[in-house]
Design a protein around this ligand. Structure first.
Ligand SMILES: [Zn+2]
Length: 382
């Protein structure tokens, strides 16, 4: 059973990150793991993070929605967690997947403010409504995860809605996120030169792209490392990047970031750690048609270039048209610059494009981050 929990934690690991381009909500891990009423289980459990992430996916009608987790340092040694859970959270911290702070203060709200993200929290933040007016002006920006029939549901603190709402990013964010930042502390997991700096540093598979850097904290207008409280050094402009989304069967399954330095290969099971694996979402026919590596995406200047590297070829749907007559073949080994609104189709119903260009409207049935968790895993004694 421990093995099963490990698998769930591995799945959850894919849904926590600090990349401003991919995260969809902000949470406080120390708070969420103690929502005992969600499952009636142990005083603290990281599986509740999975439950809340699943609820977010249901609510946004999209699979694989990562959250930005602010983590009080105490969680790393919380005796109410299992040793395995503590080890996993430490690994997330070392890899810079979560933001570990000695004193989180209102950092969760700052991140939400900078990025325009919703906050998933039961705290009402009454005292901070002056500093963050969107707490009252934008219903749905703060939602409390509460027990529901099929898992947690959300209730907005203001307005009583149930759907997370994003707002405009703060004007300061555009400037902060246009630059790369370096922390003077050696081995800083958030603003280091590469990867994490902790015990797992040597093993860190993440040599994180600079685009994945979290938003700096602004203290007195100065970009500051939220972990060390030190002034950050401007290390130049952040490389251009674009976000693309994979849609299978009418549902956005995941988004990924494309940078000039890092082309991304998409296919049934592409090799390399940077590939996007589609296999788990495909039926048998699509699995036979789609090559292990099917399409390569590159960013050249401002252009997204799609190159077919498959056996069977792909197609382009200009401006998202679903009419067969409009479909332009993209034969094997050929490239094409994605125009505004264009989608690449690997197989009928399997498409890649800019997230806002993918047409909506299919029945919704997201994959659970918990799907590999037998429910009894959550009732396990420690
Ligand atoms: Zn730092």
């Amino acid at each position: 059973m421990r093995f099963e929990i490990s698998k769930v934690l591995d799945a959850i690991e894919g849904r926590v990150c600090t990349d401003p381009q991919l995260v969809r909500a902000v949470i406080d891990l120390a708070e969420i793991i103690r929502y005992q009423d969600l499952d009636g289980g142990r005083p603290a459990s990281t599986l509740r993070l999975g439950m809340v992430i699943d609820a977010l996916a249901r609510s946004l009608e999209e699979d694989t929605v990562p959250v930005y987790a602010v983590v009080h340092r105490g969680v790393l040694s919380d005796a109410d967690l299992t040793s395995n859970e503590r080890m996993v959270v430490r690994r997330w911290a070392d890899d810079g997947l979560v933001e570990v702070l000695d004193n989180p203060g209102d950092r969760m709200l700052e991140v939400a403010d900078l990025l325009g993200l919703p906050v998933l929290s039961r705290v009402r933040f009454d005292g901070l409504r002056g500093r963050f007016p969107w707490l009252v002006e934008q219903p749905g920006r703060v939602l409390a995860p509460v027990p529901g029939a099929g898992g947690p549901v959300f209730i907005a603190h203001v307005g009583g809605g149930h759907t997370p709402v994003s707002g405009p990013p703060s004007p300061a964010a555009a400037k902060l996120l246009a630059r790369e930042w370096r922390c003077p502390e050696s081995g800083c997991n958030l603003f280091g030169g590469s990867g994490g700096g902790g015990a797992f540093a040597d093993l860190a598979r993440v040599d994180r792209a600079p685009t994945g850097q979290p938003p700096p904290s602004l203290r007195g207008g100065v970009p500051t490392c939220p972990r060390h409280g030190t002034r950050l050094r401007d290390a130049g402009s952040r490389p251009r990047s674009e976000v693309l989304a994979v849609r299978v069967g009418g549902l956005t399954r995941r988004r990924f970031v494309l940078t000039a330095e890092q082309p991304v290969t998409v296919g049934r099971a592409p090799e390399g750690s940077n590939g996007i694996v589609l296999g788990q979402w495909l039926n048998d026919e699509a699995r036979r048609w789609i090559s292990r590596s099917h399409l390569r995406f590159e960013l050249r200047g401002a252009d997204i270039v799609a190159t077919d590297v498959s056996t069977n070829g792909s197609g382009i749907r200009p401006a998202g048209s679903m009419t067969e007559a409009d479909r332009i073949p993209l034969p094997p080994q050929q490239s094409r610059v994605l125009g505004a609104g264009d989608m690449v189709e690997l197989y009928p119903g399997v498409q890649i494009g800019r997230p806002d260009d993918l047409p909506a409207g299919a029945p919704y049935n997201p994959d659970s981050v918990m799907s590999e968790a037998p429910t009894m895993a959550m009732r396990l004694p420690r």
